[in-house]
Design a protein around this ligand. Structure first.
Ligand code: UDP
Ligand code: LCN
Length: 811
């Protein structure tokens, strides 16, 4: 509760109340109906400045009023103005929005519910809006469950869950969780072979006795003695394969189980569950874009998600293999990436049903076509905003195909992005297995007021369907992986991507009060890595292939052709480099503009950009076409032909890492100027290569880079400020190369220690097992939530997706 605000408007301090209401008057006077944080702060700043100008600075109490007010206004995220009424959303605590209503005529105010706030928002859009629309609330289903308490613990769900489970086991020995754990040990089978324990142990008491007996036996064995040699004795006592491949490992595992049953703690629970073999087959769902290994990156809707998944599955396969080996099991395992088959796939393999993933033993890409109502297969690429009508049949077909390919059901389904997470929701339910979601980027916070103005954007983006899918998938997931903290809970200045789903409205459609609880322990932060085999520091010359270095140097400085714009007059200058899909949100056109506007930057540096297509007619994506036009416009307007090199996007993973390294050889820098970036794989790729990196402060890079230590944060809204930072950096480096080297070294170290796939896969598998256990013991209690989700899927999602198809047919 924002008590300070309440103290002020209730008039406990008269002067403060007056200042606050004159602030609200100024808010009304802007004639804006909807104001966001920056605007609300600006109004206050203007008042403060005016007051100073009126020689009131000596008035100490008035100044204090202004300062206190500033602290309070800093917690305002949004305000609505309806005549003399002002409604304010306050974010005093992360993930716990509060709402207030003020009447600027009667100088009164009160706290209101989220529902009242959303209703006012609807009235603001449509004065005759129907108050009586559907209100969704998911929180009633979670009330009986534990939650993470502190904002700083958000995203550490598994730690919290383990503490909760183990402390309950302790306070309730042999009751709920003790019994649950005991029953859980029997669940594990591989094919039809029983694992862990057999039916000689039919009560919890007998398990304790059997553990003692086995520990005594194992202590007498050489710790390296293989399981196969002691299998028979252990079976007699009641233990089966899966505890370890040597006497030492099995002993360790049983001692852990023993301490878990007598004196449980969260660490031994985590260790024990993480070592039980539970995961053999994984389905990874990623329907949109071109999912392939070659010639796809840089195509529309085809970026970091694909890089992430291809690296992720390789790391997971290694980890599963290793964990099964040390568990003493010779078990087959398989990972299938499920995506869409595109018949007209150009120079990619996206028209092939099955494709083996390179450098893996048993990881495959399975492609299933989109069909329209059991009829025609759709032939061409379809934008991720328009694939919703196809997903139901795609899921049905995929369910059958996955069963055939795995020869059984998978043990885990991992969804990716809104479409993949929706498919994962349905598949995991059908298979009855654990569901994990990875969002990569949620669209909702990328577009300002995209839910309030959903109807105006619907034709292009169909957000009403996407947000419904998001709500279903987030609430259905057993656990959610995010790449950063701010993805869930935002920063002091801005709300998180998941946080934006707590309360929102889509006028005349439905509203949501309690869409997600970011304090739920299902959230876990697990950042991705970079592939260290291909991305390494530029100075490791022995690992570089000189032909590729030469190829890239030629691309940057020599070659001519229809794949490039501009020729660098002075190739010796250090380059400013950027690579991305040519989407509006990536903001590369602004980068060209900033560069064009600064004669000093042009005299200090070159600009090298690798992005998209360079001819409009080569692009099939509306947004990319627009950006291509703008790139050309700025290059011509600022006469940049001698200073810029704009190369078309390059999907070649053999050559791409060398781009960063050649730039680092030239003492250049990397810049990522996106208006918003979910995570930003290019940022960690550049840093790993040794490039001082300047990246957007909106999104993942804010957490990746420690400002002025391992790189720099930039504000893409502030072009001038960014240009000045770049100029200063190059000036500082001119007289002091050690400065460049210091930032470069810190960037390399930062990525090495934090963005590491082997760390990721270890933690990921452990999470999958712990949430698998949690699902097992809490499953029955979640039936009401799942029934509600089912209802919404059929009553809300499906009709809208179907209507969208009709709309398209009519176009
Ligand atoms: N990429 C590429 N060629 C291109 C453009 C991008 O290989 O022409 C790769 C880039 O190296 C990175 C990924 O695509 O691995 C982009 O991921 P990021 O997270 O930066 O952005 P996204 O495209 O997912 O928004
Ligand atoms: C999608 C994005 O937009 C990027 O910010 C991420 O880095 C990428 O996915 C991988 O998660």
């Amino acid at each position: 509760m924002s008590t300070k605000l309440e103290e002020i408007y209730t008039g406990q301090f008269k002067g403060k109340k007056k200042t606050f209401f004159s602030y609200l008057h100024n808010v009304c006077n802007t004639k804006k109906k909807l104001l966001v944080k920056g605007e609300l702060l600006e109004i206050h700043q203007k008042m403060k400045n005016k007051s100073k100008a009126n020689h009131l600075t000596e008035n100490k109490s008035r100044n204090t009023n202004f300062d206190e007010l500033e602290n309070i206004i800093n917690t305002f995220t949004e305000s609505l103005v309806l005549d003399s009424s002002v409604y304010i959303e306050v974010r005093d605590a992360i993930g716990k929005p509060e709402y207030y209503y003020f009447n600027t005529e009667s100088f009164s105010g009160r706290k209101i519910s989220a529902l009242n706030f959303l209703q006012a928002k609807e009235k603001l859009r449509f004065p005759s809006a129907n108050n009586d629309i559907l209100t969704l609330n998911f929180q009633t289903f979670y009330e009986k469950y534990m939650k993470v308490k502190e904002p700083k613990s958000i995203g550490k769900g598994v730690e919290y869950l383990n503490r909760y489970l183990s402390s309950n086991m302790f306070s309730n020995p042999y009751k709920m969780l003790g019994n649950a754990l005991f029953n859980f040990l029997f669940v594990h089978k591989y094919d039809s072979q029983q694992l862990i324990v057999n039916d000689r142990i039919d009560q919890l008491g007998k398990l304790r006795f059997a553990i003692d007996k086995a520990i005594n036996f194992l202590k007498r064995q050489d710790s390296e003695r293989p399981f196969s040699e002691i299998k028979h004795e252990l079976q007699q006592i009641g233990f089966e394969p899966g505890l370890g491949n040597t006497a030492g490992r099995i002993l360790d595992m049983l001692q852990q189980l023993d301490s878990l049953l007598t004196n449980p703690d969260h660490i031994s629970l985590k260790e024990f569950l993480s070592r039980i073999p539970m995961i053999y087959n994984i389905a990874v769902i990623s329907p949109h874009g071109y999912f392939g290994q070659d010639n796809v990156l840089g195509k529309p809707d085809t970026g970091g998600q694909i890089v992430y998944i291809l690296d992720q599955v390789k790391a997971l396969e290694k980890e599963i293999s290793h964990s099964l080996e040390i568990a003493g099991l010779e078990a087959k395992h398989k990972i299938i990436i499920l995506t869409r088959l595109i018949p007209n796939a150009g120079n990619t393999s996206c028209n092939q049903r099955l494709e083996k993933v390179n450098d893996t033993k048993n990881v495959w890409i399975l492609r299933v076509p989109f069909r329209e109502h059991n009829k025609n297969i759709t032939d061409n690429w379809i934008s991720r905003f328009e694939i919703w009508p196809f997903l139901e049949e795609f899921t049905e077909d995929s369910y059958k195909e996955l069963l055939v390919e795995f020869g059984a059901k998978p043990d885990l389904v991992i969804g990716n992005y809104s479409d993949g997470n929706l498919v994962a929701t349905i598949l995991s339910k059908k298979f009855g297995v654990t569901q994990c979601n990875v969002a990569h980027a949620l669209e909702k916070s990328k577009y300002l007021f995209s839910s309030l103005f959903w109807d105006e954007m619907e034709n292009q983006y169909h957000f009403s369907i996407q947000y419904t899918a998001d709500l279903l998938a987030m609430n259905s997931a057993d656990f959610i992986i995010t790449s950063t903290y701010q993805e869930i809970a935002g920063t002091e200045d801005g709300i998180g991507q998941y946080e934006s789903y707590i309360n929102f409205t889509m006028p005349n459609l439905y509203r949501v009060t309690g869409g997600i609880d970011i304090y739920h322990p299902k959230f876990n932060i697990l950042p991705p890595g970079v592939n260290f085999d291909i991305f390494f520091p530029h100075y490791k010359k022995e690992n570089r292939i000189s032909e590729i270095t030469e190829e890239v140097e030629n691309l940057f400085f020599k070659d001519k052709g229809d794949f490039v714009i501009g020729k660098l007059k002075n190739p010796k200058l250090p380059p400013i480099f950027s690579i991305a899909r040519l989407d509006k949100i990536k903001n590369l056109t602004s980068l060209v503009k900033w560069y064009g506007e600064s004669a000093e930057l042009q005299s200090q540096t070159n600009l090298i950009i690798v992005a998209g297509k360079i001819k409009q007619e080569d692009s099939s994506d509306a947004e990319e076409k627009e950006q291509i036009l703008l790139m050309h416009k700025y290059i011509d307007q600022y006469k940049l032909n001698d200073h810029i090199r704009w190369l078309r996007g390059d999907p070649d993973r053999r050559r791409l890492p060398e781009y960063y390294r050649v730039i680092a050889d030239k003492k250049g820098i990397f810049i990522q100027p996106a208006l918003f970036e979910g995570f930003g794989l290019t940022v960690i790729e550049a840093m790993r290569s040794g490039l001082p990196t300047f990246a957007t402060k909106y999104g993942g890079p804010l957490e990746i880079i420690e400002d002025e230590i391992s790189g720099f944060h930039i504000d893409p809204i502030d072009g001038k400020g960014t240009t000045e930072m770049l100029i200063k950096f190059f000036r500082d480096c001119e007289g002091n190369q050690a400065y460049y080297e210091k930032i470069s070294r810190r960037a390399i170290e930062r990525v090495e220690n934090t963005y590491n796939w082997s760390l990721y896969s270890k933690n990921f598998l452990s999470l999958a097992k712990i949430y698998g256990f949690w699902k097992y013991i809490s499953n029955l209690e979640m039936t009401e939530l799942h029934a509600y989700l089912d209802l919404l899927y059929h009553m809300l999602y499906k009709p809208r997706a179907k209507a969208m198809l009709e709309l398209h047919k009519a176009k």
